[in-house]
Design a protein around this ligand. Structure first.
Ligand SMILES: C[S@@+](CC[C@H](N)C(=O)[O-])C[C@H]1O[C@@H](n2cnc3c(N)ncnc32)[C@H](O)[C@@H]1O
Length: 396
Protein backbone atom coordinates (compact mmCIF):
# COMPACT_ATOMS: atom_id res chain seq x y z
CA UNK A 1 0.00 0.00 0.00
CA UNK A 2 1.59 3.26 -1.15
CA UNK A 3 0.04 6.60 -0.14
CA UNK A 4 -0.72 8.75 -3.16
CA UNK A 5 0.09 12.39 -3.61
CA UNK A 6 -3.38 13.87 -3.04
CA UNK A 7 -3.17 15.20 0.54
CA UNK A 8 -5.57 14.24 3.28
CA UNK A 9 -6.09 17.93 4.06
CA UNK A 10 -5.70 20.22 7.01
CA UNK A 11 -7.02 18.29 10.02
CA UNK A 12 -8.25 21.41 11.87
CA UNK A 13 -10.27 22.46 8.80
CA UNK A 14 -11.66 18.92 8.44
CA UNK A 15 -12.80 18.91 12.04
CA UNK A 16 -14.66 22.20 12.02
CA UNK A 17 -16.42 21.76 8.68
CA UNK A 18 -17.21 18.07 8.41
CA UNK A 19 -20.20 16.18 9.86
CA UNK A 20 -18.62 14.23 12.75
CA UNK A 21 -21.23 11.44 12.62
CA UNK A 22 -20.62 10.96 8.90
CA UNK A 23 -16.88 10.97 9.33
CA UNK A 24 -17.24 8.35 12.07
CA UNK A 25 -19.42 6.22 9.79
CA UNK A 26 -16.75 6.34 7.05
CA UNK A 27 -14.04 5.51 9.60
CA UNK A 28 -16.07 2.55 10.88
CA UNK A 29 -16.56 1.24 7.34
CA UNK A 30 -12.80 1.52 6.71
CA UNK A 31 -11.93 -0.20 10.01
CA UNK A 32 -14.26 -3.08 9.10
CA UNK A 33 -12.66 -3.60 5.68
CA UNK A 34 -9.18 -2.11 5.93
CA UNK A 35 -9.90 0.21 3.01
CA UNK A 36 -12.80 1.22 0.80
CA UNK A 37 -12.87 2.22 -2.85
CA UNK A 38 -13.11 5.92 -3.60
CA UNK A 39 -16.57 5.19 -5.07
CA UNK A 40 -17.71 3.83 -1.69
CA UNK A 41 -16.21 6.87 0.05
CA UNK A 42 -18.03 9.22 -2.36
CA UNK A 43 -21.30 7.30 -1.98
CA UNK A 44 -21.11 7.74 1.81
CA UNK A 45 -19.97 11.38 1.65
CA UNK A 46 -22.87 12.30 -0.64
CA UNK A 47 -25.64 9.82 0.17
CA UNK A 48 -25.24 8.15 3.62
CA UNK A 49 -28.86 8.23 4.87
CA UNK A 50 -29.49 11.40 6.88
CA UNK A 51 -25.81 12.38 6.93
CA UNK A 52 -24.47 12.76 3.39
CA UNK A 53 -24.13 15.97 1.42
CA UNK A 54 -27.42 15.36 -0.42
CA UNK A 55 -29.22 13.38 2.26
CA UNK A 56 -28.82 15.71 5.25
CA UNK A 57 -31.10 18.74 5.45
CA UNK A 58 -29.69 22.06 4.20
CA UNK A 59 -29.31 24.27 1.14
CA UNK A 60 -27.21 22.82 -1.65
CA UNK A 61 -28.24 24.36 -4.94
CA UNK A 62 -28.72 28.08 -5.69
CA UNK A 63 -27.40 31.37 -4.34
CA UNK A 64 -27.32 30.34 -0.67
CA UNK A 65 -26.01 26.89 -1.56
CA UNK A 66 -22.81 25.64 -3.17
CA UNK A 67 -23.46 25.82 -6.91
CA UNK A 68 -25.99 26.86 -9.56
CA UNK A 69 -27.60 24.58 -12.11
CA UNK A 70 -29.39 25.65 -15.30
CA UNK A 71 -32.92 25.53 -13.80
CA UNK A 72 -31.68 28.03 -11.16
CA UNK A 73 -30.35 30.34 -13.82
CA UNK A 74 -33.55 30.77 -15.83
CA UNK A 75 -37.04 29.24 -16.23
CA UNK A 76 -36.47 29.42 -20.01
CA UNK A 77 -34.36 26.25 -19.64
CA UNK A 78 -37.39 24.24 -18.50
CA UNK A 79 -39.63 25.97 -21.05
CA UNK A 80 -37.30 24.89 -23.88
CA UNK A 81 -37.26 21.32 -22.58
CA UNK A 82 -41.07 21.40 -22.47
CA UNK A 83 -41.08 22.26 -26.19
CA UNK A 84 -38.76 19.31 -26.89
CA UNK A 85 -41.00 17.03 -24.81
CA UNK A 86 -44.00 18.19 -26.83
CA UNK A 87 -42.38 17.09 -30.08
CA UNK A 88 -41.42 13.75 -28.50
CA UNK A 89 -45.03 13.23 -27.45
CA UNK A 90 -46.13 13.87 -31.06
CA UNK A 91 -43.48 11.49 -32.48
CA UNK A 92 -44.70 8.79 -30.08
CA UNK A 93 -48.26 9.18 -31.42
CA UNK A 94 -49.63 11.49 -28.67
CA UNK A 95 -49.99 8.71 -26.07
CA UNK A 96 -52.28 9.29 -23.10
CA UNK A 97 -50.20 8.68 -19.97
CA UNK A 98 -47.05 10.12 -21.60
CA UNK A 99 -44.48 9.95 -18.78
CA UNK A 100 -41.68 12.35 -17.99
CA UNK A 101 -39.25 10.67 -15.60
CA UNK A 102 -36.87 13.17 -14.02
CA UNK A 103 -33.87 11.59 -12.29
CA UNK A 104 -32.33 13.66 -9.49
CA UNK A 105 -34.74 16.60 -9.45
CA UNK A 106 -32.84 18.80 -6.97
CA UNK A 107 -35.13 21.53 -5.66
CA UNK A 108 -37.89 20.74 -8.19
CA UNK A 109 -37.41 23.92 -10.23
CA UNK A 110 -37.09 22.14 -13.56
CA UNK A 111 -40.16 19.99 -12.87
CA UNK A 112 -42.15 23.12 -12.00
CA UNK A 113 -41.06 25.00 -15.14
CA UNK A 114 -41.85 22.04 -17.40
CA UNK A 115 -45.25 21.42 -15.81
CA UNK A 116 -46.25 25.12 -15.90
CA UNK A 117 -45.21 25.48 -19.55
CA UNK A 118 -47.08 22.35 -20.65
CA UNK A 119 -50.21 23.27 -18.67
CA UNK A 120 -50.36 26.66 -20.39
CA UNK A 121 -49.28 25.63 -23.89
CA UNK A 122 -50.73 22.16 -24.39
CA UNK A 123 -53.70 21.18 -22.19
CA UNK A 124 -54.16 17.98 -24.23
CA UNK A 125 -50.66 16.71 -23.40
CA UNK A 126 -50.85 18.01 -19.83
CA UNK A 127 -54.14 16.24 -19.12
CA UNK A 128 -52.66 12.76 -19.62
CA UNK A 129 -49.12 13.57 -18.49
CA UNK A 130 -47.47 11.69 -15.60
CA UNK A 131 -44.42 13.36 -14.05
CA UNK A 132 -42.34 10.78 -12.19
CA UNK A 133 -39.43 11.93 -10.04
CA UNK A 134 -36.65 9.54 -9.06
CA UNK A 135 -34.96 11.14 -6.05
CA UNK A 136 -32.65 9.48 -3.54
CA UNK A 137 -32.55 12.44 -1.14
CA UNK A 138 -35.47 12.61 1.29
CA UNK A 139 -34.82 16.27 2.24
CA UNK A 140 -34.70 17.25 -1.45
CA UNK A 141 -37.85 15.23 -2.21
CA UNK A 142 -39.55 17.23 0.57
CA UNK A 143 -38.37 20.50 -1.03
CA UNK A 144 -39.71 19.27 -4.40
CA UNK A 145 -43.09 18.37 -2.86
CA UNK A 146 -43.34 21.80 -1.26
CA UNK A 147 -42.45 23.64 -4.45
CA UNK A 148 -44.75 21.60 -6.70
CA UNK A 149 -47.47 21.78 -4.05
CA UNK A 150 -47.77 25.51 -4.74
CA UNK A 151 -48.73 24.88 -8.39
CA UNK A 152 -52.22 23.48 -7.66
CA UNK A 153 -51.57 20.45 -9.85
CA UNK A 154 -54.16 17.68 -10.19
CA UNK A 155 -53.75 14.89 -7.63
CA UNK A 156 -51.19 12.22 -8.60
CA UNK A 157 -49.84 14.33 -11.46
CA UNK A 158 -46.41 13.97 -9.84
CA UNK A 159 -45.19 10.76 -8.21
CA UNK A 160 -41.95 10.10 -6.35
CA UNK A 161 -39.68 7.06 -6.46
CA UNK A 162 -36.66 6.51 -4.27
CA UNK A 163 -34.63 4.83 -7.01
CA UNK A 164 -34.89 3.30 -10.49
CA UNK A 165 -35.53 -0.15 -9.00
CA UNK A 166 -38.80 1.18 -7.51
CA UNK A 167 -39.79 2.66 -10.86
CA UNK A 168 -39.07 -0.61 -12.67
CA UNK A 169 -41.67 -2.30 -10.43
CA UNK A 170 -44.42 0.08 -11.73
CA UNK A 171 -47.01 -1.97 -13.63
CA UNK A 172 -47.83 0.66 -16.31
CA UNK A 173 -45.73 0.57 -19.51
CA UNK A 174 -43.43 3.54 -19.66
CA UNK A 175 -43.85 5.60 -22.82
CA UNK A 176 -42.25 9.02 -22.68
CA UNK A 177 -38.94 10.57 -21.76
CA UNK A 178 -36.34 9.96 -19.03
CA UNK A 179 -34.77 13.31 -18.34
CA UNK A 180 -31.87 14.43 -16.16
CA UNK A 181 -29.86 17.56 -15.58
CA UNK A 182 -26.62 17.26 -13.63
CA UNK A 183 -27.63 13.87 -12.29
CA UNK A 184 -24.93 11.64 -13.80
CA UNK A 185 -22.08 13.86 -12.55
CA UNK A 186 -23.38 13.38 -9.00
CA UNK A 187 -23.07 9.57 -9.05
CA UNK A 188 -20.13 8.03 -7.15
CA UNK A 189 -17.08 7.33 -9.32
CA UNK A 190 -14.23 4.87 -9.06
CA UNK A 191 -10.80 6.42 -9.40
CA UNK A 192 -8.05 4.55 -11.22
CA UNK A 193 -4.41 5.16 -12.02
CA UNK A 194 -2.17 3.72 -14.74
CA UNK A 195 1.01 2.33 -13.16
CA UNK A 196 3.63 0.71 -15.39
CA UNK A 197 1.04 -0.67 -17.80
CA UNK A 198 -1.37 -1.87 -15.08
CA UNK A 199 -4.63 -0.26 -14.10
CA UNK A 200 -4.71 0.25 -10.32
CA UNK A 201 -7.57 1.56 -8.22
CA UNK A 202 -7.44 4.32 -5.63
CA UNK A 203 -8.77 3.30 -2.20
CA UNK A 204 -9.32 5.30 0.96
CA UNK A 205 -7.90 4.13 4.27
CA UNK A 206 -6.95 5.60 7.66
CA UNK A 207 -3.54 6.75 8.84
CA UNK A 208 -3.29 8.34 12.30
CA UNK A 209 -7.06 8.79 12.20
CA UNK A 210 -6.98 10.71 8.91
CA UNK A 211 -8.21 9.65 5.49
CA UNK A 212 -5.41 8.81 3.08
CA UNK A 213 -5.35 7.27 -0.38
CA UNK A 214 -3.67 3.99 -1.26
CA UNK A 215 -3.40 2.04 -4.49
CA UNK A 216 -4.58 -1.52 -4.94
CA UNK A 217 -5.86 -3.90 -7.61
CA UNK A 218 -9.09 -2.83 -9.33
CA UNK A 219 -12.22 -3.84 -7.43
CA UNK A 220 -14.55 -4.63 -10.36
CA UNK A 221 -14.14 -6.33 -13.73
CA UNK A 222 -16.07 -3.42 -15.30
CA UNK A 223 -13.05 -1.22 -14.61
CA UNK A 224 -10.66 -3.47 -16.52
CA UNK A 225 -12.97 -3.63 -19.55
CA UNK A 226 -13.84 0.06 -19.47
CA UNK A 227 -10.94 1.71 -21.31
CA UNK A 228 -10.34 -0.97 -24.02
CA UNK A 229 -14.08 -0.76 -24.86
CA UNK A 230 -13.64 2.97 -25.50
CA UNK A 231 -10.38 2.54 -27.43
CA UNK A 232 -8.63 4.71 -24.83
CA UNK A 233 -5.19 4.10 -23.32
CA UNK A 234 -4.18 5.98 -20.20
CA UNK A 235 -0.56 7.13 -20.04
CA UNK A 236 1.85 6.26 -17.21
CA UNK A 237 0.77 8.00 -14.00
CA UNK A 238 -2.55 9.20 -15.40
CA UNK A 239 -5.52 9.20 -13.02
CA UNK A 240 -9.10 8.97 -14.23
CA UNK A 241 -12.63 8.52 -12.92
CA UNK A 242 -14.92 5.71 -14.04
CA UNK A 243 -18.64 6.10 -13.45
CA UNK A 244 -19.87 2.48 -13.32
CA UNK A 245 -23.01 3.69 -11.50
CA UNK A 246 -23.97 5.70 -14.61
CA UNK A 247 -23.74 2.53 -16.72
CA UNK A 248 -25.92 0.60 -14.26
CA UNK A 249 -28.43 3.48 -14.29
CA UNK A 250 -28.56 3.40 -18.12
CA UNK A 251 -29.20 -0.35 -18.04
CA UNK A 252 -32.14 0.28 -15.70
CA UNK A 253 -33.41 3.05 -17.97
CA UNK A 254 -33.20 0.72 -20.99
CA UNK A 255 -35.14 -1.90 -19.03
CA UNK A 256 -37.80 0.54 -17.76
CA UNK A 257 -38.53 2.49 -20.93
CA UNK A 258 -40.93 0.73 -23.30
CA UNK A 259 -40.87 3.46 -25.98
CA UNK A 260 -39.45 6.92 -25.92
CA UNK A 261 -36.40 9.06 -25.29
CA UNK A 262 -33.61 9.64 -22.78
CA UNK A 263 -32.29 13.20 -22.44
CA UNK A 264 -29.11 13.51 -20.38
CA UNK A 265 -27.76 17.01 -19.79
CA UNK A 266 -24.46 17.33 -17.98
CA UNK A 267 -20.93 18.61 -18.22
CA UNK A 268 -18.33 16.33 -19.63
CA UNK A 269 -16.64 15.23 -22.81
CA UNK A 270 -16.44 12.37 -25.21
CA UNK A 271 -13.88 9.77 -24.09
CA UNK A 272 -10.87 10.79 -26.23
CA UNK A 273 -11.06 14.30 -24.78
CA UNK A 274 -12.00 13.32 -21.22
CA UNK A 275 -9.16 10.81 -20.93
CA UNK A 276 -6.64 12.89 -22.86
CA UNK A 277 -3.32 13.28 -20.97
CA UNK A 278 -4.29 16.97 -20.55
CA UNK A 279 -6.56 15.71 -17.77
CA UNK A 280 -3.68 13.83 -16.15
CA UNK A 281 -5.12 14.07 -12.64
CA UNK A 282 -8.74 13.32 -13.60
CA UNK A 283 -11.66 15.72 -13.23
CA UNK A 284 -12.94 15.09 -9.70
CA UNK A 285 -13.64 18.32 -7.81
CA UNK A 286 -15.68 19.52 -4.87
CA UNK A 287 -17.87 22.59 -4.54
CA UNK A 288 -18.65 24.47 -1.40
CA UNK A 289 -20.08 27.96 -1.17
CA UNK A 290 -19.55 28.50 -4.93
CA UNK A 291 -15.83 27.75 -4.55
CA UNK A 292 -13.86 24.89 -5.98
CA UNK A 293 -12.36 22.43 -3.45
CA UNK A 294 -9.57 20.11 -4.52
CA UNK A 295 -9.43 17.99 -1.37
CA UNK A 296 -12.32 15.47 -1.23
CA UNK A 297 -11.51 14.63 2.42
CA UNK A 298 -12.10 18.16 3.66
CA UNK A 299 -15.53 19.21 4.93
CA UNK A 300 -16.83 15.64 4.58
CA UNK A 301 -20.58 15.76 3.91
CA UNK A 302 -20.50 19.53 3.48
CA UNK A 303 -18.93 19.77 0.04
CA UNK A 304 -20.39 18.46 -3.20
CA UNK A 305 -18.16 15.97 -5.04
CA UNK A 306 -18.50 15.60 -8.78
CA UNK A 307 -16.65 14.37 -11.86
CA UNK A 308 -17.06 15.12 -15.57
CA UNK A 309 -19.27 12.73 -17.51
CA UNK A 310 -17.93 10.35 -20.17
CA UNK A 311 -20.51 10.75 -22.94
CA UNK A 312 -18.91 8.08 -25.16
CA UNK A 313 -19.49 5.48 -22.43
CA UNK A 314 -23.14 6.56 -22.14
CA UNK A 315 -23.59 6.25 -25.92
CA UNK A 316 -21.89 2.82 -26.17
CA UNK A 317 -23.46 1.38 -23.07
CA UNK A 318 -26.84 2.82 -24.03
CA UNK A 319 -26.67 0.93 -27.32
CA UNK A 320 -26.08 -2.31 -25.41
CA UNK A 321 -29.08 -1.47 -23.22
CA UNK A 322 -31.37 -1.01 -26.25
CA UNK A 323 -31.07 2.78 -26.45
CA UNK A 324 -30.14 4.05 -29.92
CA UNK A 325 -28.27 7.34 -30.16
CA UNK A 326 -30.41 10.14 -31.51
CA UNK A 327 -27.65 12.74 -31.20
CA UNK A 328 -25.40 14.76 -29.00
CA UNK A 329 -24.96 18.51 -28.98
CA UNK A 330 -24.00 21.43 -26.76
CA UNK A 331 -26.53 23.07 -24.45
CA UNK A 332 -26.12 26.26 -26.50
CA UNK A 333 -27.09 24.59 -29.82
CA UNK A 334 -29.89 22.62 -28.13
CA UNK A 335 -31.50 25.69 -26.59
CA UNK A 336 -31.00 27.84 -29.71
CA UNK A 337 -32.67 25.16 -31.84
CA UNK A 338 -35.58 25.14 -29.43
CA UNK A 339 -36.05 28.89 -29.92
CA UNK A 340 -34.64 30.26 -26.66
CA UNK A 341 -33.51 33.48 -28.36
CA UNK A 342 -37.04 34.43 -29.40
CA UNK A 343 -38.21 33.59 -25.86
CA UNK A 344 -35.56 35.95 -24.49
CA UNK A 345 -36.67 38.67 -26.95
CA UNK A 346 -40.28 38.24 -25.88
CA UNK A 347 -39.53 39.02 -22.23
CA UNK A 348 -41.27 42.29 -21.38
CA UNK A 349 -39.31 45.53 -20.82
CA UNK A 350 -38.25 46.61 -17.35
CA UNK A 351 -35.52 46.03 -14.83
CA UNK A 352 -36.66 42.55 -13.77
CA UNK A 353 -36.93 41.39 -17.40
CA UNK A 354 -33.49 42.82 -18.11
CA UNK A 355 -32.12 40.68 -15.27
CA UNK A 356 -33.97 37.62 -16.58
CA UNK A 357 -32.66 38.25 -20.09
CA UNK A 358 -29.10 38.44 -18.84
CA UNK A 359 -29.54 35.27 -16.76
CA UNK A 360 -31.07 33.35 -19.68
CA UNK A 361 -28.13 34.33 -21.90
CA UNK A 362 -25.83 32.55 -19.42
CA UNK A 363 -27.49 29.27 -20.42
CA UNK A 364 -26.21 29.63 -23.98
CA UNK A 365 -22.90 31.35 -23.29
CA UNK A 366 -20.04 30.00 -25.48
CA UNK A 367 -17.14 29.12 -23.19
CA UNK A 368 -19.60 28.92 -20.28
CA UNK A 369 -22.75 26.92 -19.57
CA UNK A 370 -23.66 26.84 -23.27
CA UNK A 371 -20.52 24.96 -24.21
CA UNK A 372 -19.50 23.08 -21.07
CA UNK A 373 -22.88 21.34 -20.83
CA UNK A 374 -23.74 18.72 -23.38
CA UNK A 375 -27.07 17.17 -24.28
CA UNK A 376 -27.22 13.49 -25.19
CA UNK A 377 -30.49 12.15 -26.58
CA UNK A 378 -31.17 8.43 -26.99
CA UNK A 379 -34.31 6.66 -28.17
CA UNK A 380 -36.06 3.30 -28.06
CA UNK A 381 -38.97 2.01 -30.15
CA UNK A 382 -39.16 5.14 -32.35
CA UNK A 383 -37.97 5.02 -35.97
CA UNK A 384 -35.32 7.59 -36.92
CA UNK A 385 -36.66 10.54 -34.92
CA UNK A 386 -35.63 14.02 -36.12
CA UNK A 387 -35.67 16.18 -33.03
CA UNK A 388 -35.93 19.94 -33.02
CA UNK A 389 -33.30 20.28 -30.27
CA UNK A 390 -30.75 18.44 -32.41
CA UNK A 391 -31.49 20.30 -35.66
CA UNK A 392 -29.33 23.20 -36.79
CA UNK A 393 -30.54 26.45 -35.20
CA UNK A 394 -29.43 28.34 -38.32
CA UNK A 395 -31.96 26.56 -40.61
CA UNK A 396 -35.11 28.42 -39.54
C1 LIG B 1 -26.36 17.99 -8.85
S1 LIG B 1 -27.98 17.73 -8.25
C2 LIG B 1 -28.92 18.28 -9.66
C3 LIG B 1 -30.31 18.71 -9.32
C4 LIG B 1 -31.21 19.19 -10.44
N1 LIG B 1 -31.34 18.22 -11.49
C5 LIG B 1 -30.78 20.52 -11.00
O1 LIG B 1 -30.43 20.59 -12.17
O2 LIG B 1 -30.84 21.51 -10.24
C6 LIG B 1 -28.12 15.97 -8.28
C7 LIG B 1 -29.46 15.42 -7.91
O3 LIG B 1 -29.49 14.01 -8.13
C8 LIG B 1 -29.98 13.35 -6.97
N2 LIG B 1 -29.43 11.98 -6.99
C9 LIG B 1 -28.13 11.61 -6.92
N3 LIG B 1 -28.01 10.26 -7.01
C10 LIG B 1 -29.24 9.78 -7.17
C11 LIG B 1 -29.76 8.46 -7.37
N4 LIG B 1 -28.98 7.41 -7.42
N5 LIG B 1 -31.09 8.33 -7.55
C12 LIG B 1 -31.90 9.42 -7.54
N6 LIG B 1 -31.46 10.67 -7.33
C13 LIG B 1 -30.15 10.87 -7.17
C14 LIG B 1 -29.51 14.25 -5.85
O4 LIG B 1 -30.18 14.01 -4.63
C15 LIG B 1 -29.86 15.61 -6.46
O5 LIG B 1 -31.24 15.86 -6.39
Amino acid sequence: MRPLTRPGGDASKENCLCRPALKELVRRRIRERGRITFAEYMALALYAPGLGYYTAPGRRIGKEGDYFTSPNVSPLFGAALARQLTQMWELLGRPVGFAVVECGAGTGLLAGDILKTLREALPELFAGLRYLIVEVSRPLAAVQRRRLGTLSLPRSKVQWFFDMAHLIREPLPLVGCVLSNEFVDALPVHRVRMVRGHLREIYVTLKDGRFVEVEGPVSASGLVEYFPALGVELVQGQEAEVNLAALRWLEQVGETLDRGFVVTIDYGYEAPELYDPRHLGGTLVGYRGHRLCTNPYEAVGRQDLTAHVDFTALVKHGEKAGLATTGITSQMMFLLSLGVLSEIDELPDGLEARRERLAARHLIMPGGMGEVFRVLIQHKGVANPQLQGLASPWKA
